[in-house]
Design a protein around this ligand. Structure first.
Ligand code: SF4
Ligand code: SF4
Length: 181
């Protein structure tokens, strides 16, 4: 017959609690042990190159091919959080070959600024969908850590884009002058 021990402790309950505690630990350890024989669900990043493991439609950091951009602003308008900023000028008409349709697409505006705030970007892909030339697209890049958040505003404009814009503005101005003469 069980009796109350020192300080009024129920010895039967006390021993049952110890047995229950040991069996709980054993069950937990068994579950952990079985994972030694299962395929690994994690990899040792960054030692392992995880890029090849990403799904085919993975949406990483955006890239803009400025040679294809016609500054139509469709991506800027589509972005729900306004993290794309484009400033452009009107210039003489040229054509770029769309990566999507392989057809010439007229270009009458020339970007002088094309910034994307990657810190704000939520990688939704809504800016990619309406692009008529395939200029803006997601890469598979996901590593973008910096020590200053301002460095996450990516500028895609190159010196050559500004030179082209200036040249096309001049050509357009000359054309207009000739028409008026
Ligand atoms: S992926 Fe989405 S949030 Fe990021 S720039 Fe494009 S539209 Fe904006
Ligand atoms: S939608 Fe495409 S072509 Fe139009 S401004 Fe954006 S990147 Fe350029």
């Amino acid at each position: 017959m069980w009796c109350l021990g020192v300080g009024g402790i129920d010895m039967k309950q006390y021993i049952l609690d110890i047995v229950h505690g040991i069996s709980s630990i054993a069950k937990g350890m068994w579950v952990t042990f079985t994972y030694l024989f299962k395929p690994h669900a994690t990899v040792e990043y960054p030692e392992v190159n995880v890029e090849s493991m990403l799904p085919p439609r993975y949406r990483g950091i955006l890239q803009v091919d400025m040679d294809l951009c016609i500054s139509c602003l469709a991506c800027e308008r589509a972005c729900p959080i306004e993290c794309i900023v484009i400033e452009d000028v009107k210039g003489d008409k040229t054509f770029v070959t769309s990566k999507l349709t392989q057809k010439p697409t007229p270009k009458v505006k020339y970007p002088l600024r094309f910034d994307i705030d990657i810190a704000k970007c939520m990688f939704c892909g809504l800016c990619v969908e309406p692009c008529p030339t395939g200029a803006i697209h997601h890469t598979r890049k996901f590593e973008g850590s910096v020590t200053n958040v301002a460095d996450l505003t990516y500028s895609y404009i190159r010196d050559t884009d500004i030179e082209l814009a200036e040249k096309q503005v001049e050509l357009l101005a000359n054309k207009k002058e000739k028409e008026q003469a």
